[in-house]
Design a protein around this ligand. Sequence first.
Ligand code: ATP
Ligand SMILES: Nc1nc2c(ncn2[C@@H]2O[C@H](COP(=O)(O)O)[C@@H](O)[C@H]2O)c(=O)[nH]1
Length: 304
Amino acid sequence: MKPPEVDRVAASRAAVAARRARASVKRAVNERRLSAVAVLDTALSSTESVEATMRVRDLLLSIPGLGPVRVDRVMERLEIAASKRLSGLGVHQQQRLREFLLKRAPRVEQPEQSRLVVLAGPTAVGKGTVSTYIRENYPEVLLSVSATTRAPRPGEIDGVSYYFIDDDEFDRMIAAGEFLEWAVVHNKSRYGTPRTPIDEALGAGRSVLLEIDIQGARQVKTAMPEAMLVFLLPPTWEELVRRLIGRGTESLEEQERRLTTARVELAAQDEFDHRVVNRDVRAAAAEVVELMQIQKAIDLHGKE
Ligand SMILES: Nc1ncnc2c1ncn2[C@@H]1O[C@H](COP(=O)(O)OP(=O)(O)OP(=O)(O)O)[C@@H](O)[C@H]1O
Ligand SMILES: Nc1nc2c(ncn2[C@@H]2O[C@H](COP(=O)(O)O)[C@@H](O)[C@H]2O)c(=O)[nH]1
């Protein structure tokens, strides 16, 4: 008779293999849905294309798991007639179809070691500093690069600090469903998290850190309830003000605007899964990374 631990190891290996197989099927379905979006884009950008003449029904039928009965139900819900071709879709129909293809795509099952963590908190608490420290010292964590319509500060690098884009490009990215979340921050500029690098990193088993505002954190939690939200706190309000003024990157008017938002944001800290006080950058970064590990251990334990 085999010792019980041999059975346990075999069962655990079989469970991992089954999970991998399910993830691979989901990934294939996801890929098909994403290429359906590409077909839709081609059809809409060129009425001369072969894609333009394709029926919406045939496009939906090309997605694994969507049979004729479900496709008819989906089309009814999207208010698209059965005979409609891609080039004949109205603006709202295009939007509804795109949303269906993007948002309803089953999420790729995350390998156990990957984790999506959102770091939020009031202005100048040190989110950027702590995140940069994590990027430089914990290379296994991917720090997401946001897009923003605000102008670069001295020393900020396009593609590293942010993708600095104009309003038209931001509008295009929203319409194309390219953001996991986006928000107008401090009542001024728009900021958004590009979705693709995150999906890819999580799919590949990497943990991802988003350094975003509270509106964005709420959106992420709604879209991905498994995400862990961490709220970064200043040691005191006075220290927060000192850091904002000391950074010296905002005008007096902008500082006031940011401190107004900060009061509202501090009041939302209880919505978060964890709170970390940023007294010392290295210690705060280590605490955030530690929370990722603890969370992983809880997840693994829960799945056993
Ligand atoms: N633990 C700390 N002790 C002292 N100063 C700090 C600490 N953490 C960050 N700072 C300083 O505080 C200032 C604000 O930090 P940072 O720009 O990272 O804040 P932020 O939360 O990203 O701000 P915002 O939301 O406005 O972009 C910077 O000058 C930074 O060097
Ligand atoms: N909702 C989102 N908020 C974001 C994103 N990227 C950054 N931010 C937040 O904006 C403010 C201001 O940043 P700053 O660089 O202009 O000082 C700060 O709270 C960031 O956390 C994003 O993609 N989405």
